[in-house]
Write a protein that binds this ligand. Structure first.
Ligand code: ATP
Ligand code: F6P
Ligand code: MG
Length: 543
């Protein structure tokens, strides 16, 4: 089978654009890994493409085969390479060739034609769909080890595992590639232009994975693309590792565009971080597993407390600004939770099928009830009642109102005043305690893979990419589109719990809680269109 990687050039440029064949034959594969055999690049920026496809946002970002019919709809969402705007860059043999660690590895280097499929559940006649470049070491590198000056920055909220990623970038660069010049940018994006840098060595970072938080400290706001890139240029930095969530990755996309505009030999690599697990495309974000595990302690405490008293009602608030993944998975893992409330699934308190009725039933049956609520759930209700002025943090994220306290008060008032029942309310807010711990074993391993993949990608000359597992295989995902419109593939959409997927149904089946689908005045802004359609059609069929 043969397919072609192509760029998102307008049709008028098609005749000028050579295409790069990628085949499974050895000779062509080696031609690809050696730029001296490549056709001369034909335009200044990212090269590879002659057939623009249109994304969901109508932006041409994808590249596909020269013969889609023959390739059955194969699409490669490629990442930019430094040679796209500096075609004459020299290459060097990858130092891993002489590495003791890889001495007996059967295949040290990822084949240039290796790609990772976005979807793996397919039918026999499905189009092959979107693919990403497989992450990992390449045969040739585009940096001489002693010429690398790398920097690492961490931005946004905390998340278990950030220190492991920092540690493994430093150790990976140093042990695998012999890079010694690594700088830590302190205090997030603004640290580029307002703080001194830290020198990072394997010795300096040796123990940091045992601590929560970020060794480099972090901040929100303060992204000034020009000042940041000026600073990158002034300091002679040529590899930038950016660890952060959706906001950070949008910032990374802008930095990459500016670096590209200035024609700098700088690789920009993003490592997606968020405890909320709301980053699209990748399987899950690091720290999420740790958060789910740590949440068990809070849920367990709530359960112990309410089980030991009469009419015990326990409420545990967990993080999740726009997505209820932590709450959903913590509930599924625990089995002690009676009801899970998340931003994506509207709920209501009073009347038939409402939360009060459900709590009363459970109290009657079991004598206690445990509710897990994601911090972003029910925000509309809280806002209606306390008439708060909408406040934002320095990055422009909406500051949430405390739905946990609001719900606690509502339940107390209902049972004592309306139902004249004495209840024993226990409210636990472990949100920051969960976020501040070091990562668990599986997240530590995950962080190591992420860091090493990012290092391999940058050394191999890829830039403007984010790294992450797609169906368990680590891949390089493009940071921006081909025509200059800044688009972060992983922040194009936000990952949210799909009420129409089976996972939410599994939770409902496990807790046997109400689905609240009978809610008439549902706040629709949080719910996906697809879900609304399904809900309306199920209302029709049930009436
Ligand atoms: N649209 C954007 N363009 C450029 N920079 C941005 C953008 N959004 C956020 N940033 C910058 O990225 C940094 C982190 O953003 P933010 O505070 O939203 O956290 P995050 O990366 O989304 O992480 P998390 O949501 O997990 O806390 C900030 O310095 C902010 O200025
Ligand atoms: O540190 P801050 O600004 O209070 O951040 C809290 C927010 O950060 C996150 O942990 C990640 O976005 C959210 O779950 C939470 O709402
Ligand atoms: Mg964010």
């Amino acid at each position: 089978m043969e397919f072609t990687i192509s760029s998102g050039l307008p049709k008028s440029s098609l005749s000028l654009a050579p295409s790069f064949p990628i085949t499974r034959s050895k000779s062509q594969a080696s031609a690809l890994s050696n730029p001296s055999h490549l056709p001369k690049p034909f335009f200044k920026s990212r090269s590879f493409s002659i057939f623009p496809l249109v994304s969901r946002q109508n932006r041409p970002i994808r590249s596909q085969s020269s013969n889609p019919a023959a390739d059955n709809g194969f699409v490669l969402e490629d990442v930019p390479h430094l040679t796209n705007f500096r075609p004459d860059l020299p290459t060097y043999p990858n130092p891993l060739q002489n590495s003791q660690a890889y001495a007996i590895v059967k295949q040290t280097f990822v084949r240039p034609e290796d790609v990772v499929a976005e979807r793996i559940v397919v039918q026999r006649d499905s189009p092959r769909g979107v693919h990403f470049r497989r992450a990992g070491p390449r045969e040739k590198v585009y940096f001489k080890s002693d010429e690398v000056r790398a920097c690492i920055v961490t931005c946004g909220g905390l998340c278990p595992g950030i220190n492991t990623v920092i540690r493994e970038i430093v150790c990976g660069l140093s042990y695998m590639y012999g890079v010694e010049d690594i700088l830590g940018i302190e205090g997030g994006y603004r640290g580029f232009y307002s703080k001194n840098t830290l020198r990072l060595t394997p010795k300096v970072v040796n123990d940091i994975h045992k601590r929560g938080g970020t060794f480099l400290r972090t901040s929100r706001g303060g992204h000034d693309t020009h000042k940041i890139v000026d600073n990158i240029e002034d300091r002679g930095i040529n590899q930038v590792y950016i660890i952060g969530g959706d906001g950070t990755q949008k910032g990374a996309a802008l930095i990459y565009k500016e670096v590209e505009k200035r024609g700098l030999h700088v690789a920009v690599a993003g490592i997606p971080k968020t405890i909320d697990n709301d980053i699209a495309v990748i399987d899950k974000s690091f720290g999420f597993d740790t958060a789910v595990e740590e949440a068990q302690r809070a849920i367990n405490a709530a359960h112990v407390e309410v089980e030991s008293v009469e009419n015990g009602v326990g409420i545990v608030k967990l993080m999740g600004r726009y997505s209820g993944f932590i709450a959903m998975f913590a509930t599924l893992a625990s089995r002690d939770v009676d009801c899970c409330l998340i931003p994506e699934s509207p709920f209501y308190l009073e009347g038939r099928g409402g939360l009060f009725e459900f709590i009363e039933e459970r109290l009657r049956e079991n004598g206690h009830v445990v509710i897990v609520i994601a911090e972003g759930a029910g925000q509309e209700y809280v806002a209606q009642e306390i008439e708060a002025i909408e406040k934002k943090d320095a990055s422009g994220n909406k500051l949430l109102l405390d739905v946990g306290l609001w719900l606690t008060d509502k339940i107390k008032a209902h049972f004592t005043k309306v139902r004249k029942m004495a209840i024993n309310m226990k409210y636990i807010d472990p949100t920051y305690m969960i976020r501040a711990i070091p990562s668990n074993a599986s997240d530590n391993i995950y962080c190591t893979l992420l860091a090493q993949s990012a290092v391999h990608g940058a050394m191999a000359g890829y830039s403007g990419f984010t790294v992450g597992p797609v169906n368990s295989k680590h891949a390089y995902i493009p940071i921006s589109d081909k025509l200059g419109v800044v688009l972060q593939r992983v922040t194009e959409t936000q990952n949210t719990v799909k009420l129409t997927d089976r996972m939410w149904a599994r939770l409902l089946a496990s807790t046997n809680q109400p689905s609240f689908l009978g809610c008439n005045d549902m706040p629709q802004e949080r719910i996906g269109k697809e879900t609304i359609n399904v809900i309306s059609s199920s209302e029709i069929s049930s009436s």
